[in-house]
Design a protein around this ligand. Sequence first.
Ligand code: UDP
Length: 238
Amino acid sequence: MAAPGLKYRRVLLKIGGESLAGERAFGIAPLAVQALAARIVEALELGVELAVVVGGGNFWRGGEHRNINRATADYIGMLGTVMNALALQEAIERLHVPTRVQTAIEMREVAEPYIRRKAVAHLEAGRLVIFAAGSGNPYFTTDTAGALRAMEIGAEALLKATKVDGAYTDDPMTNPNATRIERTTYLEALNNGLKILDATAFSLCMDNNLPIIVFRLEDEGSLVRVLAGDQVGTLVAA
Ligand code: UDP
């Protein structure tokens, strides 16, 4: 049972691969992973059911490798997400939260295969579930896998953790007048060219009325505040 005062009972958290690299550009920084794990465990202590989709951009993005067959490059990318998922699982289990990794590409020696009903059963039993290997299909992103899994498990929101603390009217790095958008509709976000998710992921959310919240997970207490329904980051909803 979710604690009273929580806005969401079950959510899907999408974490980009960069977040696991910390200050590095590449690979896994154990301290960064520990910090992410701490944020996640704080949220779980509220009684929320949380599933995570983890990206792989800290290792490889298929679309950036033009001299390799695109499907092959994407499979390499999906395997990268599995490394991240295992690192995150370790860090979370060190904080005594039972965690299961499910992969969209079968590799039973390291993780469970993705089985929707089993994932839901894990959540109901208070386990954290990390979905790895994206959607299992090339030409997709882990944002799309996040939107897809969110819908499949009946999540009430897709929480997208990014390096910036929300969506801005312009690039805050180059324009000092850029302001953070607190709330917007799907159509406004599209019309204003806001880059919240890639087009496939975004339309999946829009078509199914799944609220998206973009925020910075590294900010202490941010995930807890998102779950409480406080104004954090940018909310995209109907
Ligand atoms: N990928 C894929 N299908 C999926 C998810 C991911 O082919 O369903 C591949 C794709 O090459 C992608 C890479 O895995 O570039 C890493 O995922 P992503 O770029 O979404 O990671 P993030 O930017 O979130 O770290």
